[in-house]
Design a protein around this ligand. Structure first.
Ligand SMILES: [Zn+2]
Length: 304
């Protein structure tokens, strides 16, 4: 959303009292799973400060349990960015036990998430995401990036084994595949490896069961759900907007995808779910959006 539009939407939503109304009407008895990637500590702290007297923080594993009349929040981070380690004092201060979904062949290895590498940026990450996985890997290799090697032009982007060790008592580490491909662009063998081998790798790194998964880019299909179940996962988080309760499908958990740089006002606006309205309006899908946000089922734009 453009800055001016964002400002107008934020002011209109906050002035209307929407955040409070949404908490009372739709969020009560349900859990909002927040999805961050690499927020600065001060930004995250401001968000937690805003939430502290309004919601109850719960671990992700309780996000589709029975409600208790209070809005609940589960905090999640995707990818396992190295800077997540700086957030630990904030987790401790606010009593938040977050889930960090890590790429199991990148964290604890001296590697770079492919989409952060300069050659991927040059080639166009949005285009690469849509390529067949083998083609994407081949194109990146031709440009000089191999996902299992670190070259000098890249920095290590994932959490180190030492950082994970320090965070382990306070954080649940779960899976976000091995190398962050688009799962629906993988062939069957690649998909099996990214889902099943990643579980084993996370368990090896963390020394605890890996039971939860987050789909890269929120993109998945029936094959992915089937593989997750067969591998022994208990849940998977999408990027579809909405709340979760005991009726939620554990392999299609919804989330609120929070911009890492959100001001507190924009954060509050995003938590109403209504900031996505302009996008759906543009696509002429507003009725479907409303039905899905406030009832059940996926709300993803990507899958429609
Ligand atoms: Zn990701």
């Amino acid at each position: 959303m453009k800055p001016l539009m964002r400002e107008i939407v934020t002011r209109a939503l906050l002035f209307s009292g929407a955040p409070r109304a949404v908490r009372a009407l739709f969020w009560r008895d349900r859990t909002a799973i927040l999805l961050y990637h690499d927020p600065a500590p001060a930004t995250l702290e401001a968000h937690f400060e805003y939430l502290r007297d309004k919601v109850e923080f719960v671990p992700l594993s309780q996000s589709n349990s029975r409600g208790n009349g209070r809005p609940r929040v589960a905090v999640t981070f995707d990818d396992g960015h190295a800077r997540n380690a700086e957030l630990l004092p904030i987790f401790i201060k606010y009593g938040v036990r977050p889930t960090i979904y890590v790429c199991s062949s990148i964290v604890a290895h001296e590697r770079t998430h492919w989409f952060l590498h300069p050659v991927a940026r040059e080639a166009g990450v949005r285009r690469l995401i849509r390529l067949k996985n083998g083609e994407r890997v081949a194109e990146l290799e031709a440009r000089g990036f191999r996902q299992e090697l670190l070259d000098e032009s890249a920095t290590i982007s994932g959490l180190s084994a030492a950082q994970i060790e320090v965070m382990r008592p306070y954080v649940d580490f779960q899976s976000h595949t091995r190398y962050h491909p688009t799962l629906t662009c993988c062939d069957d063998d690649e998909c099996f490896e990214e889902i099943t081998v990643s579980k084993v790798e996370v368990e090896r790194i963390v020394g605890r069961p890996c039971e939860h998964f987050a789909y890269p880019y929120g993109i998945f299909g029936p094959r992915e759900v089937e593989l997750l179940r067969a591998a022994g996962y208990k849940s998977a988080r999408t990027t579809d907007v909405g709340w979760n309760d005991e009726q939620s499908d554990p392999f299609r958990l919804k989330a609120f995808d929070i911009d890492d740089e959100s001001s507190v006002a924009w954060f509050a606006a995003q938590l109403t779910g209504l900031t996505l309205v302009p996008r759906y309006l543009r696509l002429g899908r507003i009725r479907r959006f409303a039905e899905r946000l406030f009832s059940g089922g996926p709300t993803s734009l990507k899958q429609e």
